[in-house]
Design a protein. Sequence first.
Length: 348
Amino acid sequence: MYIKKILVIIAVLGIVVLSFFSYHIYQSIFAPNTAFESETQAIYIPSKPNYEKDVLKQLKPLLQDAQSFHMVAKQKGYMQNLKPGKYILRRGMSNNDIVNTLRSANTPVAVVFNNQERLENLAGRVAQQIEADSLSLLNSFKDATFLAENGFKPATALAMYIPNQYELYWNTSADEFRARMLKEYQRFWNEKRTQQAKKIGLKKQEVITVASIVQKETAKVSERKRVAGVYMNRYNNGWKLDADPTVIYAIKLQNKSFDTIIKRVLYKDLEIDSPYNTYKYKTLPPGPIAMPDISSIDAVLNYEKHKYFYFVANPEKPGFHMFAKTLAQHNANKRKYVAWINKMGIKR
């Protein structure tokens, strides 16, 4: 009888101990283990990650109990199967949820860029949004073999990058980003746009070059087709484009200073010997002087048919321009603009 009591006590203690450990294990695996108040938190795991340095270090401030996470991660073999990318943790997740997320829920990021003046600016902008650094991106953008194989030159390379919002994985490499942008460029130049370019007598990259000038001339989308029409009138009649933005680009290129702000083009600037100086050379610039918006590209492809050959900023409507069909009319408009710019004290 006494032995039976002992056996019962041992059995009860065993059940209690087993229940305790089962509860502890259950808690470590399935109980909430987040320590942040926001709905979500993102962590970024780089390519070729180290568990301690790149994963656990990021997670510790976000967890109530980092040790229990480590135990579950070890049990599930996560340390041997680290995957780079962006991962979204949600408030109240358990260790099991977190490990499963880190193993299979790489979340795309929205990569946005527009109005970049050079490849260097584009590389810097994109590097803020994906893992690839600006130097690796720039080297990829400028790769001579890639450019030659795909019909680009160093001067036209920027034309391949159509400004928009793109969904990519954060751990996208520089070359992978470039490859995606080439596909987007090819998709952008669909049959309709390709035929429009042929109809107006320009190659695709020439359309983007003219669009970059239009982009720099006016921030008003509603005015871009008319401005494009002026440049196409000049181009189709064998005139020089006489575009101030190309002169400004030439100055910056010559001085190797693209941070310079130039609000006024001087007569001496028109003598700069540069293929980008459209006051000196009839040909189109070697490539785009900036990254035009899609609206500017489409404005060139669908430029307004009119008889304007001249335009100048309108002092009475900031951001807009006064258009003229004759030089006499243009000179009258120009006098108003010069009087205004002098009054404003803008000398450069």
